[in-house]
Design a binder for this molecule. Structure first.
Ligand code: NDP
Length: 683
């Protein structure tokens, strides 16, 4: 008998489990490849460890440090990826499927590392400004902050992406500073266990920041409280059951669900069988059916096509599907592997039988299905199956029954309103694709699709060159959909990090708000010193360090010269008669002149620690500046963000400066932030 390893849970920094419990079979040949463990997990201990050890260790770092850690973790997983690929095959995945799961997972860590570095501050407080003045005298303001929730995130995952599923939930949670307990679907938990083992071995994870459960969740959900959060991916039935847990409801524990969904692709009526877009549509549907053997929450389950092209689409799809070689991914030429388990195979068969009632089978197992490879007769293979529903308005099953395998249903529409109505019958989905060449069709259809879908993908010959495809959730774009799709939101760049932070409104004087947010708030006290702020090293600068400049009176020569240098002879600056007829009643200076003149007022020109000005944020020209007006600027250190040290660069950080330009009456004429790189004092 070959040795069959027993999987282990990672609880309180210990690997738990030595006694074999349930066998887990390879999807390829049915042989037992792992066992779950029989030892009960102590969930009270897991939660206590996350709260007392994991959480504090995470917030001992800040957003920037955790972002750097995510990057290092991603690199570590990539270095060791072959260990994951070696067992990925047991889940039925081809190398290409494994790439999405394994390298897609590591890619998500890299993406969140970049999100953290670029969009989150130093420290552990996100200021969602700007602060708003709540009184007439400027002494009372309000703003919003986001802080780590302080609890534990429980991530319950589906079987189809054992690595990506773990990492796409872990990355934003970790970045937010929240420890998590991951519970993968048991059927493919061996792959998740290997990924967690690698992450644990890397020594990059603070103890308690990630724990792993192999098997059931026992009384875990009953032990959660209001600072915790649950995220779930899987079936709508389980989502409904778990989200109605009495304790979760009683304690208002947020529950984010991403459940099964009847995603669709619509072929626009403007596309003819001779157009490139026609083949793009066919290719996309076939690819979504075969990638991961169709076990993707985002796969196209409903292909909605103009009635006049129904036969042509069916023919071309059938031809494409017939070329897909199914079998053991280790065999050369195999393009589609197996379903994850025999249980899934039976489940998909039952659902195909339901879908077949009242619909035609265009392609399916009856046309002879023989997966290639040794021992595959005991595997969990399923034939690519294309159904045809001639009337999507009278047949409900095509909009209700999700066969989680290489299965899709074609259905015709008359006019575009019908296509949109059919799409909406999915009752909320993760994603839809619209294939059209006509921008007017896209402008009409996409808003209607957006009301029912978490993501809308518009495909034509231009976007196809670089399209990441219908079925790929991307780290920077929202993943999740309304209604049947669970109503949740995952990913979406910094939005996802905010799901794991708690938002609070804060009211007080601007000085207090600046101290809390670690960001200068207009109206707060400032420090003015003889030393120009541009002469201070990053480490020496304090929030609120400020400079009030000398003044400058704007002359007609300034306007004429600026027009000459920039080539901007807009009538408002050069045509006395036309300018008189405008709301300002006179010629005014270019806004960009005001900006440039303000820079001239506040810069300290000699070389110093300020390395570069790399942009402006929130620029507004508030009042016009006319000939004879006198402007003055105030420059205040607003926000400092540490940058991780790089070998090829001297140590530095990002400083955002608040700039206010005023006129002779003290009125604000321009307002913006400038972003600079500032050197740290050399060691
Ligand atoms: P399930 O909903 O049964 O399981 C999803 C996750 O929930 C698994 O980790 C499972 O663990 C866990 N779970 C199940 N019951 C409980 C419970 N009472 N308490 C705590 N955790 C629980 O989905 P499956 O993975 O079995 O897939 C079934 C169907 O779901 C598919 O056929 C497909 O239709 C849909 N699906 C949708 C996905 C999507 O992303 N939208 C992804 C995968 C599936 P365990 O494995 O240990 O039971």
């Amino acid at each position: 008998m070959p040795f069959v390893p027993t999987l282990q849970s990672l609880i309180a920094d210990r690997w738990v489990g030595t006694t074999a419990a349930s066998p887990l079979a390879s999807a390829i040949d049915g042989k037992t490849v792992f066992h779950t463990h029989s030892e009960a997990v102590d969930f009270a201990e897991a939660l206590a460890f996350a709260r007392r050890t994991g959480g504090p260790a995470l917030v001992a770092m800040d957003f920037q440090q955790r972002a750097a850690r995510l990057k290092a973790l991603g690199s570590y997983l990539i270095e060791h990826k072959e260990q994951l690929y070696a067992i990925s095959r047991h889940s039925g995945a081809t190398r290409a499927d494994g790439w999405v799961d394994i390298e897609g997972g590591a890619g998500t860590l890299f993406a969140y590392a970049s999100v953290g570095a670029a969009e989150l501050p130093s420290g552990n407080i996100v200021h969602e400004g700007p602060a708003v003045s709540l009184g007439k005298k400027g002494g009372f303001s309000g703003t919003h902050i986001l802080v780590p929730r302080g609890g534990v995130a429980v991530h319950i995952n589906a079987f189809n992406f054992p690595v990506w599923g773990l990492l796409e939930k872990f990355a934003p949670t970790f970045l937010a500073g929240m420890p998590c307990i991951a519970k993968p679907a048991t059927a493919t938990s061996y792959l998740t266990e290997t990924a967690v083992r690698l992450m644990h071995e890397s020594c990059l994870l603070p103890p308690g920041s990630l724990q792993l459960i192999i098997g059931g969740t026992g009384d875990l959900l009953d032990r959660l409280d209001g600072q915790d959060i649950v995220t779930f991916t899987g079936s709508a039935d389980t989502a409904a059951k778990l989200r109605s847990n009495k304790n979760l409801i009683g304690r208002s524990v947020p529950f984010n669900a991403e459940a099964d969904s009847l995603n669709c692709a619509i072929l626009g009526a403007d596309v003819t069988p001779d157009d490139e877009e026609f083949d793009l549509f066919v290719k996309e549907v076939a690819r979504e059916m075969s990638t991961k053997a169709g076990q993707k929450c985002t796969a196209i389950r409903r292909a909605i096509v103009p009635r006049q092209h129904l036969d042509a689409v069916a023919e071309r799809l059938a031809a494409r599907l017939s070329k897909i070689v199914v079998g053991d991914p280790a065999v050369d030429g195999v393009r589609m592997g197996a379903l994850a388990s025999k249980a899934q195979q039976s489940d998909v068969a039952v659902r195909v039988a339901q879908l077949s009632r009242g619909n035609e089978v265009v392609v399916g197992s009856t046309q002879g299905f023989a997966p290639v490879g040794e021992g595959v007769s005991n595997g969990a293979f399923f034939a690519p199956t294309l159904l045809l529903c001639r009337d999507g308005f009278t047949n409900d099953s095509v909009h209700d029954v999700e066969a989680f395998g290489p299965v899709s249903t074609l259905m015709p529409y008359g006019d575009i309103d019908e296509a949109m109505a059919l799409a909406a019958r999915g009752k909320g989905s993760l994603v839809s694709t619209l294939v059209t060449r006509d921008a007017r069709v896209a402008a009409r259809v996409v808003p209607a699709l957006a009301a029912w879908h978490g993501r809308v993908h518009i495909l034509d010959r231009d976007s196809a060159v670089e399209s990441t495809g219908h079925g790929s959730p991307l780290p920077l774009l929202k993943h999740g959909g309304p209604g049947r799709a669970g109503g949740g939101e995952e990913l979406g760049g910094v939005r996802a990090v905010k799901h794991y932070l708690q938002r609070a409104a804060v009211q007080g004087s601007p000085t207090m708000l600046a101290a809390v947010t670690r960001e200068y708030v207009r109206g707060a006290k400032v420090q003015e010193e003889a030393l120009h702020p541009f002469r201070k090293w990053f480490d020496e600068l304090a929030i609120g360090d400020s400079l009030r400049t000398h003044r400058r009176t704007v002359s007609e020569a300034d306007i004429v010269n600026f027009g000459g240098i920039s080539g901007d002879y807009f009538y408002m600056h050069f045509d006395e008669i036309a300018a008189k007829e405008t709301a300002f009643g006179k010629r005014i200076a270019h806004g960009y002149f005001v900006l440039s003149a303000a820079a001239g007022l506040f810069v300290s020109p000699a070389p110093g620690p300020v390395l570069a000005n790399y942009g402006l944020d929130t620029l507004r020209f508030i009042k016009p500046v006319g000939i004879g007006d006198t402007i003055q600027a105030r420059l205040t250190c607003k926000r400092k963000t540490e940058k991780p040290a790089r070998k090829d660069q001297p140590a530095q950080g990002v400083v955002a400066w608040d700039v206010q330009v005023t006129n002779q009456d003290g009125e604000l004429v321009a307002s913006y932030d400038i972003l600079t790189l500032v050197l740290k004092r050399p060691a």
